[in-house]
Design a protein around this ligand. Structure first.
Ligand SMILES: [Zn+2]
Length: 491
C-alpha cells in the first residue's frame, strides 16, 4: 500500500538514464572516468565539437545498449540511428546532443516487479543511446545549490555514453516506481551495463506523473527531475500526488511543466514549462552512419547474456530450497549470490549457509562499511565454520564471535577458534552435566513444580533452560542442554 491516498488514479512513467560501463566516451577516445578529475582534462576536439571533427561510434556502448534491451525483453533493431537534439545550455558545447530519436536500438520490452497487488508487468517503450552533457559547478561557500555569484563549466562528463530506458506509464503508486527503479538497477548491475549508483549520477531518473480525470482520461503530465536516491523518488512522487490533488480539488488546473525535487525541503518546484519535441528541432545526425546489427550479431548478444536476476532467484529456490525472502536478499547483488553459492559448493548445508550469509555476513559488512567483494572471510572458511556449527562442535553464539575475528582481524578459521577460546571452554559432556546439576539444585522450588507435573505449559522448564544457557555464556548447545536437563529431572 502506498503511504498517500489519492482520489484520482495515479499514472506514472519513468525515464531512467544509465551511464554505460565503458572506458571511453560515446564518440571519441576520451576517458569516461570523470569523478574527482581536474575539470576539463578528459576532453578533446570531438567532444568539444570543434568544427571539422567527426564523431566515431563506440562499439562497446552499442553492445551494452543491446544487452540492456535484451535483458528487458525488447526487440533489438537491425537498424537504428542518431539525431541531433538542439538546445542551448552552457553545459553542452555543441549546442546539440547526439541521441537516438526516431529509431532506437531496442523497442517494446518489459520487466516484472513486485507491485502493490503481486507481480506486475511494467512495459518498456524503448531503450536508446545518447551522450551525456557536461556539468555546471556553482561554487557557493556554504554548499548551497543556489546563490553562487558565478558558475563554472566542466566538460569532462560531456559525451559519456548513456542508455535511456523509457517505460510506458504503467506504474500506479510511488512504491511501484521505486520498485521499478530498483529492479532496473539490479538488472543493469547483473548485466555489467552500468554500476547504477544514484549518488554519483550513474543512474538518473525523470518521472512523469499525472492524475486521471473522473471520465478515465489522462490528466496533465508533470515531469519531476533531480531525485538522487530511491527514497527521494518515492517522496517526490508522494509530494506531487498531494499537490496535484489539492490543486484539482480546489478547482485549479495542472500546468504541463518540469519541476525540480528539493530533497532537504521535501517539495517540488517549478523549473520551466516543459519543452515539446518540436522545440528541440530534431534532425538526423549526418556525421554518423546508422547502427546496423545483423541477426547473427543480435543472436551472439543473446547467447552471451549472463544469468538474469529472476533466473537466479528461480534457480536458488529450486536448487537450495530457500524461501522467497531468503532468495530475494541473497540475489539482490550478484556478488553476494556468488559468495553464497561458493559457500554451499564448499560443503555448507544450503539452509544454514543462507542464514549465515543473510544475517551474519551482511551484519558484519554493515558494521564495517565493507562490500562482499572485499570481504575478508573466504567462502571455504565460512563453509568450515557453518559445518562446525551444524555438527554441534560450536554454538551459534560462539560462531558469530569467530566470524567477527576472521572478518575483522583476518584470522584463519583455526586461529579464530583458538582465539575465541571456544575449543577450550566449550561446555559439553561432564562439565555441562555439572552445570545443569548445580542450576537444578539451586532452584529446588522450580524443579519441584516440574517434577510433580504441574508445569503444564512448560514455562518453568524454559526458565531453567534459559538459566543454564546464561550460566554457560552461550558455550553450550541449546539442544544438548534440553536433553541433559530432561534427563537430570528424570523426565
Ligand atoms: Zn573527447
Amino acid at each position: 500500500m502506498s503511504s498517500v491516498e489519492s482520489e484520482r488514479p495515479i499514472v506514472i512513467g519513468l525515464e531512467v538514464h544509465l551511464q554505460l560501463n565503458t572506458s571511453t566516451k560515446l564518440f571519441c577516445p576520451c576517458s569516461t572516468d570523470y569523478i574527482g578529475r581536474t575539470p576539463n582534462t578528459n576532453i578533446c576536439p570531438i567532444c568539444l565539437a570543434v568544427p571539422g571533427t567527426l564523431p566515431i561510434i563506440n562499439d562497446r556502448a552499442v553492445a551494452l545498449g543491446a544487452r540492456m534491451g535484451i535483458g528487458l525483453h525488447c526487440a533489438i533493431q537491425n537498424y537504428s540511428n542518431f539525431h541531433r537534439k538542439n538546445y542551448f545550455y552552457p553545459d553542452l558545447p555543441k549546442a546539440y546532443q547526439i541521441t537516438q530519436y526516431e529509431l532506437p536500438i531496442a523497442v517494446r520490452g518489459y520487466i516484472d516487479i513486485e507491485g502493490e497487488g503481486g507481480l506486475k508487468r511494467i512495459r518498456v517503450h524503448h531503450v536508446h543511446l545518447e551522450e551525456d552533457a557536461g556539468k555546471l559547478v556553482h561554487p557557493t561557500t556554504d554548499g548551497r545549490l543556489t546563490g553562487a555569484a558565478y558558475s563554472l563549466v566542466d566538460y569532462n562528463r560531456g559525451g559519456v555514453p548513456l542508455s535511456e530506458v523509457v517505460s510506458e506509464p504503467d506504474m500506479s503508486s510511488p512504491a511501484e516506481a521505486k520498485e521499478y527503479v530498483s529492479r532496473l538497477r539490479q538488472l543493469a548491475r547483473y548485466l555489467d551495463v552500468s554500476d547504477g549508483e544514484m549518488e554519483s549520477g550513474s543512474l538518473r531518473v525523470d518521472a512523469n506523473i499525472s492524475l486521471s480525470n473522473a471520465d478515465g482520461s489522462l490528466g496533465t503530465r508533470v515531469e519531476i527531475k533531480n531525485m538522487n536516491s530511491l527514497k527521494s523518488i518515492e517522496r517526490a512522487l508522494e509530494y506531487e500526488i498531494v499537490r496535484q490533488n489539492k490543486t484539482l480539488g480546489s478547482g485549479g488546473r495542472i500546468v504541463q511543466e518540469t519541476r525540480l525535487w528539493d530533497d532537504s525541503e521535501g517539495v517540488t518546484r517549478s523549473m520551466r514549462n516543459k519543452e515539446t519535441a518540436s522545440d528541440y528541432r530534431y534532425y538526423p545526425e549526418m556525421d554518423l552512419a546508422p547502427i546496423v546489427l545483423t541477426d547473427e550479431e543480435i543472436e551472439r548478444f543473446e547467447k552471451n547474456m549472463p544469468e538474469l536476476p529472476w533466473e537466479k532467484r528461480d534457480r536458488f529456490s529450486r536448487e537450495f530450497g530457500l524461501s522467497k525472502d531468503e532468495v530475494t536478499i541473497l540475489t539482490e547483488q550478484k556478488e553476494l549470490a556468488a559468495y553464497y553459492e561458493s559457500v554451499v559448493n564448499a560443503g555448507a548445508p544450503s539452509g544454514r549457509a543462507a542464514n549465515w550469509v543473510r544475517m551474519e555476513v551482511l551484519r558484519v559488512l554493515n558494521e564495517t562499511g565493507g562490500s562482499i567483494t572485499d570481504f575478508g572471510v573466504s567462502p571455504a572458511a565460512l563453509a568450515g565454520l557453518v559445518r562446525k556449527i551444524e555438527n554441534k562442535e560450536l554454538s551459534s553464539t560462539v560462531g558469530k564471535d569467530i566470524l567477527d575475528l576472521m572478518a575483522r582481524e583476518g584470522c584463519s578459521l583455526e586461529d579464530a577458534i583458538e582465539c575465541s577460546g571456544a575449543a577450550a571452554s566449550r561446555l559439553t559432556g561432564d562439565s555441562l552435566r555439572a552445570l545443569i546439576s548445580s542450576v537444578v539444585e539451586a532452584n529446588a522450588d522450580v524443579t519441584g513444580i516440574i517434577k510433580s507435573g504441574q508445569d503444564k505449559k512448560g514455562g518453568k522448564m524454559k526458565f531453567l533452560h534459559g538459566l543454564v544457557m546464561k550460566e554457560s555464556r552461550g558455550q553450550a548447545d541449546p539442544k544438548e542442554v534440553s536433553e541433559v536437563l530432561s534427563k537430570e529431572l528424570g523426565l
